[in-house]
Design a protein around this ligand. Structure first.
Ligand code: ZN
Length: 432
């Protein structure tokens, strides 16, 4: 791959910083792809796909699929697909979030996905997402990011809860409303605050009044390289923006010989069942338009492979008994192949062997994860896309700590290793 580890790390940090929501993530992926010769197609338009052409589509502004229509015949060579997701567990504002009580203006939230809630307390939070508004000529939608730390959820002092360190339960309804301002100092209603912010960020948008929004809180502390030798990356949304970024960089390096696809889906953290999620028709519909001849498409799918990249659980030295002793992935010891006999992961020995072979060829170490037999197993988009399309699939990911916290931790070598292997995967002429 044409990027050093330092360049890749710096690019990832910038991407994470600019992508507080799936809308921003898909927007930044679009910019990254456009800079590499990809052109956006609208699903509502007629498509004229050219051999060697580079394209992407977005749905709802938060799910993105990019593809290279290879010069070779896809029915002979198959497609190389990489899957990831743009969403992360977070706190989303309720439709009518205002609470005015005890002298404060607060914002009520709903928990999105399986968030670790305790780390959201005592952080300098901002607000970002999509706002829909009325203009003189109709309805418009645009992204917004307050950037400044405008909100905070203070903890309860230990003096008022002496049992806090023994396990304080977080009640999402009662404990998570965020402080936004002193009630007396902020007479504006929240939609007016939003409209004013919108006009400050986009002076030409013509917003007259806000009609609706999808906004979430995010931690303003930027991602950083940490550790004595800066060997780790700490930040929000590593699950799974790091795989989206690695996939996009890898796809950008495709030489155009083979057909290659990158799927970055929203709604993974809430089960993927939606018009834009991995359980929906977005990928199948794209494949049908990319390869309109049914016989050729079915042959291409039969020869294809999907690498579903989503974070894996590294073995935490303070909680090592949560792992099977032989399957505890180490940070900075390589990407992880995830296996589960109940098909919570779609990996087969055949796809795992191909991935190991690619890692060997690239000189990247690789590890294995299998959950403890007395514990349940997580899942991801791999099995869903495999079931929807019939493409043989492998689930892999970078070993991570604190998954679903607003401050996750991963190893720098692993991110770069994943990007290198995905680049090699897109460029390989053989999938058997
Ligand atoms: Zn994930």
């Amino acid at each position: 791959m044409n990027m050093t580890q330092e360049q890749f790390g710096a690019g990832l940090l910038a991407f994470l910083r600019r992508s507080p929501t799936p809308y921003h993530a898909a927007g930044n992926l679009a910019l990254l792809l456009e800079a590499r010769g990809f052109r956006e197609l609208r699903e509502a338009d007629a498509w004229h796909i050219e051999s060697g052409g580079r394209y992407f589509v977005r749905r709802n502004g938060s799910s993105l699929i990019a593809f290279v229509r290879g010069r070779g015949a896809p029915e002979e060579a198959g497609l190389r697909l990489v899957g990831a997701h743009t969403d992360s567990p977070c706190l989303k504002l309720k439709p009518q979030p205002e609470l005015r009580r005890h002298g404060f203006l607060q914002l009520a939230v709903e928990v999105y996905g399986g968030a670790l809630l305790n780390p959201w307390f005592d952080r300098d939070l901002s607000i970002a997402g999509r706002v829909s508004f009325a203009t003189a000529s109709g309805v418009s939608h645009t992204l917004i990011d307050f950037r400044d730390p405008v909100a905070i959820i203070p903890n309860l002092a230990i003096h008022l809860d002496r049992e806090a360190n023994g396990g304080r339960a977080v009640n999402a309804q009662n404990h998570l409303p965020a402080l936004l301002a002193l009630d007396g100092s902020e007479p504006r209603d929240f939609p007016v605050i939003l409209r004013d912010r919108l006009l400050a960020e986009h002076p030409a948008c013509g917003a007259e009044r806000v009609l609706d929004f999808e906004l979430s809180l995010y931690d303003t502390q930027p991602p950083a390289l940490v550790g004595l030798h800066r060997e780790f990356i700490a930040g929000a949304r590593l699950d799974n923006l790091l795989s989206c970024y690695a996939g996009a960089i890898a796809l950008g390096e495709s030489d155009g010989d083979s057909s290659a696809v990158l799927v970055c889906s929203d709604h993974e953290e809430v089960g993927s069942t939606s018009a834009i999620g991995a359980r929906g028709p977005m990928l199948s519909s794209l494949l049908a338009r990319m390869l309109p001849d049914r016989e050729a498409r079915e042959r291409a799918i039969a020869g294809s492979m999907l690498v579903s990249a989503d974070n894996a659980h590294g073995i935490h030295p303070n909680f090592a008994d949560k792992h099977d002793a032989n399957h505890g992935p180490l940070l900075n010891a390589g990407p992880v192949i995830k296996v589960n006999t109940s098909q919570r992961y779609a990996t087969s020995s055949e796809t795992a062997a191909l991935f190991r072979w690619l890692c060997e060829a690239e000189g990247v170490p690789v590890q294995s994860f299998s959950v403890r037999s007395d514990m349940g197993c997580g899942s991801t988009i791999g099995p869903l896309i495999a079931a929807n399309t019939g493409v043989r699939t492998i689930d892999v990911g970078v070993p991570t700590f604190a998954m679903h916290s607003p401050r996750e931790l991963a190893g720098c070598n692993d991110l770069y290793g994943l990007a290198r292997v995905l680049t090699r995967f897109y460029g390989t002429s053989r999938l058997t």
